[in-house]
Design a binder for this molecule. Structure first.
Ligand SMILES: [Zn+2]
Length: 389
């Protein structure tokens, strides 16, 4: 209970983002947000797609982890480490006896995470057919199959000046599936976290508290990389080996909000003008109240600092790397759409498909991801007490 009260106190600091009291003093958050740039964000996504879909347990996945680490070091986020774990895929399910009783009928209006489907739904699924990728170069890049065994995921940490032993964890998953380039899922979130690491690791930026930037592996196989982190490091909190966790913020699919599928299952070609960043917490989590409070900190930061697209808060965070943290610490995720009721209803036709390529998206799509980056950077800068020397 004490820890939860402390967390509430920490979260309560930015209950209202300070009004511009003295307009002659430059707002450091505004200055930091201005260091994000659409072309840089796009270039980082493009860099990740050079490794194809980065499927876990392959050479292209390991090469991508190495490249991400080199990038983080080049940004000056020099406190770099890797979490190591072993991944064994579950045994294939044995078909049940046909004489077994049929499972109870599912309520088909219930979405994953607790939401309720509305309106038109289109088909979703994971493409496992290499021949559905028409580009021979991408098909060749994605050809090597995954093998079970040792895995690594990379992180770097910006050390706080006054409370180095307390940190926010900012994440995205770098692995993908579907025989494309995993440009949106989740090159877009990975690039966002890398860009934040770049801005906040600048030598002229200082913070009170620490921030860990982590690029999860094995998300697509069942959140195995983030689960391994929680299992290995939860009990170390407060020791010299692991700062205390103040919150976990996940980014997963940041680009595409073209609205609900039409009656024929097709989608609008262009980003809808009403596109928004969806900030979700999980209402059933142990830390739901604190996570909700954290979500509203992000919504207010968006309102004040994001240049183009607004943010909405929802209560059904699900199927992403913040979930393993949600009963230990306030955890939220940022996305292009709600994961359960919208992405789950076919609002992103490129999800786990061969069309999840860099070339599929245009600047209106990339700009939604940039607005999510502005949102997290602004909220985080406030939460950790960032300033420019
Ligand atoms: Zn994802």
């Amino acid at each position: 209970m004490t820890q939860r009260l402390i967390l509430l106190a920490v979260l309560a600091i930015p209950a209202a983002l300070p009004a511009q009291a003295d307009s002659t003093v430059p707002d450091p958050i505004l200055q930091l947000v201005a260091r994000l740039d659409l072309e840089r964000y796009k270039a980082t996504i493009k860099g990740l797609t050079r490794f194809g879909d980065r499927r876990q347990g392959t050479d292209r996945n390991r090469a991508a982890v190495d490249w991400i680490e080199a990038q983080l070091r080049s940004y000056g986020c020099s406190d770099v480490a890797r979490l190591k774990y072993t991944y064994q895929p579950p045994a294939p399910r044995v078909r049940t006896d046909s004489a077994a009783p049929a499972p109870p009928a599912r309520d088909t209006t219930r979405a994953s995470g607790g939401g309720r489907y509305r309106g038109v739904r289109a088909r979703t699924g994971v493409n496992a057919d290499s021949l559905k990728q028409p580009d021979a170069h991408v098909r060749a890049l994605d050809a090597q199959a995954s093998t079970p065994g040792a895995r690594e995921e990379v992180y770097c940490t910006k050390i706080g000046d006054t409370h180095p032993d307390e940190m926010y964890i900012v994440g995205a998953h770098m692995d993908g599936i579907g025989w494309g380039e995993a440009a949106n899922d989740d090159g877009s979130g990975t690039a966002l976290v890398m860009e934040l690491a770049r801005v906040l690791s600048s030598p002229d930026v200082r913070t009170d508290r620490s921030i860990r930037f982590i690029l999860w592996n094995n998300e697509e196989s069942g959140l195995n990389g983030s689960r391994a982190y929680v299992e290995q490091r939860r009990a170390l909190q407060g020791t010299k080996d692991e700062p205390k966790w103040l919150g976990m913020i996940q980014h997963d699919m940041m680009l595409f909000d073209h609205g609900m599928p039409r009656a024929d299952g097709s989608l609008a070609i262009e980003q809808r003008p009403e596109a928004d960043v969806n900030i979700e917490f999980q209402a059933s989590a142990k830390f739901a109240a604190e996570a909700q409070q954290l979500a509203w900190v992000f919504q207010r930061a968006n309102e004040k600092y994001a240049t183009d697209y607004p943010a909405s808060v929802g209560s059904h965070m699900t199927n992403t790397d913040s979930a393993p943290f949600q009963d230990d610490v306030p955890a939220i995720s940022l996305r292009e759409n709600e994961r359960g009721t919208q992405i789950g209803a076919g609002w992103d036709p490129n999800w786990h498909q061969p069309t999840d390529l860099y070339s599929t998206y245009n600047d209106k799509d990339f700009r939604l991801g940039l607005n999510a980056a502005q949102t997290t950077l602004a909220a985080l800068a406030d939460l950790v007490g960032a300033s420019i020397k």
